[in-house]
Design a protein around this ligand. Structure first.
Ligand code: NAD
Length: 248
């Protein structure tokens, strides 16, 4: 006798999700969408006013926490407080990121350290901080935000590209290590999305098969999917959300 069919569930009721860089841009769309799917959301960012305003707007199931993702002690405090007050951290979206660019001869060590620090070391610190709580709960989903620049090379983006390839690689090693603990780890690779990060790029110059740049909400569905039980057999995957740009 076969089991009755259970449709995949995208619902996040009763789950706790932490979104880094959640105060604006893509992170804001992730926070809003995870919240709309039923999760309690912790918006973690260095932008205190914007983060607090978003949490206040979302209401009861949302809160803001100041976090610089490069701060090891800050991560420990954030996870400890979330577990103490909310009971668990079921979902971690490592989204905070910065970008910089220069021809290689002019790419300063300070530029390199800054982008690797936030985009790669920040993701490492977040994963390391949350894993004990997820292991204790016997479940968890970590969504690491890479980029199409974690799949290809682009001129001048040396530090950004290295950080996003690094996030993709770190995601694989964690997925393999943590599968037996019920923890899934996946990466998301957005293409060109209209945010404060991309205001200086002209989308007309890009070859996007779907014919338009993305909006933050275009990527949020992928994050909700990876956070939810609908992706229960997905780990170590790289989900490209770019309107077909890297395929073209
Ligand atoms: P954004 O600049 O609008 O938002 C980035 C957020 O991260 C801000 O809220 C910022 O305060 C926060 N942040 C930066 N440094 C931080 C730190 N040290 N600690 C905590 N928070 C910090 O950029 P975005 O476009 O929304 O980018 C979000 C993520 O998506 C980044 O990782 C970016 O690399 C990635 N991404 C963006 C695009 C795009 O086209 N916009 C494409 C691919 C990947």
């Amino acid at each position: 006798m076969s089991a009755p069919f259970a449709a995949p569930s995208f619902a996040l009721d009763g789950r706790v999700a932490v979104v880094t860089g959640g105060a604006r841009g893509l992170g804001e769309a992730y926070a809003r969408s995870l919240h709309a799917a039923g999760a309690t959301v912790v918006i973690a960012d260095v932008l205190d006013d914007a983060g607090a305003a978003l949490a206040a707007e979302l209401g009861e199931r949302a809160r803001f926490a100041h976090l610089d993702v490069t701060d090891e002690a800050g991560w420990a405090a954030l996870i400890e407080q979330a577990v103490a007050e909310l009971g668990a951290v079921d979902v971690l979206v490592n989204n905070a990121g910065i970008a910089n660019a220069a021809p290689i001869e002019h790419f300063s060590l300070a530029k390199w350290d800054a982008v690797i620090g936030v985009n790669l070391t920040g993701v490492f610190l977040g994963c390391r901080a949350v894993v004990p709580a997820m292991k204790a709960a016997g479940r968890g989903s970590i969504v690491n935000v890479s980029s199409v620049e974690g799949l290809r090379g682009s001129p001048h983006l040396h530090g950004y590209t290295a950080s996003k390839f690094g996030v993709r690689g770190l995601t694989k090693s964690l997925a393999v290590e943590l599968g037996a603990d019920g923890i899934r780890v996946n990466s998301v690779h957005p293409g060109f999305i209209r945010t404060d990060m991309t205001t200086r790029i002209d989308p007309e110059r890009l070859d996007i098969p779907l014919g338009r740049p993305g909006d933050p909400v275009d990527v949020a569905g992928a994050v909700v999917f990876l956070a939810s039980d609908a992706s229960s057999f997905v780990t170590g995957a790289e989900l490209v959300v770019d309107g077909g740009m890297v395929t073209a």
